[in-house]
Ligand binder design. Structure first.
Ligand code: NAP
Ligand code: MG
Length: 491
């Protein structure tokens, strides 16, 4: 708390169309420190190693701030604080816990503009998405779970719901604040205490959340936020006094975590990668479906685990769908994430941009026909044009592997049996989309697609009340809704 120096004071231009709960005391100022410490036991403390790493704005490549790197000793300190806090927190009545969680939700709404701007600066997503989706949804997760805190006995009748203890939570960089909310809100509502690690490239909104939590008066040690890279995450996973690990990230790291906790008593939920089929039938409303394809793959630069990254179009409408899709792609604006007209912001990191470009090369070598929108992209920063691979086939790596960028593969199909088989023939099983005028087809498909979430005539719709999670290599356990509380309770 020593260096309270503000390095950025941005006046924003979207005051008038601010859609979500503008607060009277929202100053419109963005307060950022030059250096961020670890949030342990209700205060910001220096890391044991005294090491800091830089976080950058991926659109400008400018350094924003320095972030503390937590080692095993710091993680141990955080777990001890959480263990001590658990004694009191778990004994509070659900009604009291709920009051604290409601307060966090309210404070987040009041500071929504600041959260949105920092999310966009640090991660590269368009300000429209941070403002209209990430931040309001994050607040909604706290509201929703606050409501359950005093109703757990009714939600799980005759099952004597009890919290697990100290939970370790590790989150990725694609929805930094939202993933923190998905994790922290149900854990607290269930009576657990938390040690959370955000991703290395996007720690800032989690640290702003730490400030907000401190201001909310939540008892010290109930939420601890430790920053760092993979090693810090591993220290949480391997700490002997953690009762549960909740991880969202890549399938590779998920497998590693599962291996390293096997043989312990730790509980585990894994939300991993995806490669969703977005299926367009000939009887679909074509223009709506094209909007759904665009939203499915280009939302958040395609850095979305449930992105509709494999398009299946019924052969008889393939030509018209692809023509309309190309036309629509030409209208997408790629560029400055802080401009509210921007549709596709910056790729989160240099590393991720390299990975996407590598897959684009692989796709070309595999023989699929590439189409990229002709839009201008900034010469500086990490940007990628929206990209299609036409005539992709099931055996292509670009069809089988998660790219996590604005790249869509296109395949055609004739019959419903064929598309079900192709959609399921993949290691992942997180989500899918179906576009058709026929309800019977929707019901038929939703039962046969091996995916945790299936959207019908819409895509990428999220709500705190609906459970989210995968099958197969997309992980196990659910987040959101009542199902999302279960992994935080002994029932
Ligand atoms: P990642 O590399 O697996 O990282 C996820 C988190 O784990 C980060 O905080 C990371 O730290 C940390 N980590 C890395 N190595 C670790 C280790 N050995 N032990 C413990 N923690 C470790 O994934 P990402 O690249 O950040 O995120 C993209 C992936 O997440 C995609 O595959 C995407 O599909 C998936 N995802 C899934 C969902 C879902 O709900 N199913 C939601 C969002 C994203 P550092 O980043 O600091 O190294
Ligand atoms: Mg950054």
């Amino acid at each position: 708390m020593s260096k309270k120096k503000e390095i950025t004071k941005a006046k924003l231009d979207f005051k008038t169309d601010w859609a979500y709960a503008p607060a009277p005391e929202d100053s419109g100022h963005i307060s950022l420190k030059k250096q961020y410490d670890l949030f342990i036991n209700g205060e910001f403390v220096k890391p044991n190693s005294k090491k800091y790493f830089a976080t950058y704005n991926p659109a400008t490549e400018q350094k924003i701030a320095e972030i503390a790197e937590a080692d095993e000793k710091d993680v141990d300190k955080a777990v001890k604080a959480a263990r001590k806090a658990f004694e009191k927190w778990s004994k509070l009545s659900g009604k009291e816990r709920g009051k604290y969680i409601f307060r966090i939700a309210r404070l987040m709404q009041e500071r929504a503009r600041e959260f949105a701007v920092i999310e966009t600066m640090d991660g590269g997503k368009s300000i429209r998405e941070s403002r209209d989706i990430d931040v309001p949804l994050a607040a909604n997760h706290f509201f929703y779970n606050a409501g359950w805190a005093d109703k757990l006995e009714y939600a799980f009748p005759n099952r004597n719901p009890k919290p697990l203890g100290v939970v370790g939570q590790i989150i990725p960089w694609n929805f930094p604040l939202l993933m923190a909310a998905w994790k922290i809100a149900p854990a607290l509502a269930a009576g657990n205490t938390v040690v959370l690690k955000p991703a290395e490239t996007t720690s800032l909104t989690a640290l702003k959340l730490a400030e907000l939590i401190r201001d909310s008066g939540l008892p010290n040690g109930v939420v601890n936020i430790v920053t760092g890279a993979g090693k810090t995450g591993a220290a949480i996973v391997n700490h002997p006094d953690i009762n549960k690990i909740a991880f969202t990230g890549s399938t590779d790291v998920g497998k590693l975590i599962q291996r390293s906790i096997s043989g312990t008593n730790k509980k585990l939920t894994l939300e991993l990668g995806g490669k969703a089929a977005n299926i367009i039938f000939a009887d679909a409303a074509i223009d709506q479906a094209v909007e759904g394809i665009v939203n499915g793959i280009f939302f958040n630069q395609g850095h979305v685990c449930c992105a509709g990254s494999r398009l299946f179009v019924q052969e008889s409408v393939a030509d018209i769908v692809i023509r309309k899709l190309k036309d629509r792609m030409e209208t997408l604006i790629v560029g400055d994430p802080m401009d509210k007209n921007t549709d596709i912001g910056a790729i989160n990191s240099k590393e991720q941009l390299l990975k996407i470009n590598e897959y684009i090369k692989i796709g070309k070598n595999e023989g699929a026909e590439i189409y990229q929108s002709s839009c201008a992209i900034p010469s500086k920063g990490n940007f990628c044009r929206p990209t299609l691979f036409l005539d992709a086939s099931q055996s292509h790596r670009i069809v089988q592997e998660e790219i996590f960028g604005p790249v869509l593969t296109v395949q055609t199909f004739r019959t419903i049996e064929e598309v079900i088989e192709k959609a399921n023939n993949i290691p992942y099983g997180l989500s899918a989309g179906v576009w058709t005028d026929k309800g019977s087809k929707i019901f038929n498909l939703t039962n046969k697609l091996r995916a945790g979430v299936v959207w019908a005539n819409t895509y990428n719709k999220f709500d705190p009340a609906s459970p989210f999670g995968g099958y197969k290599e997309s992980g196990f356990g659910r987040e959101g809704g009542l199902h999302g509380l279960m992994p935080y309770l002994n029932l």
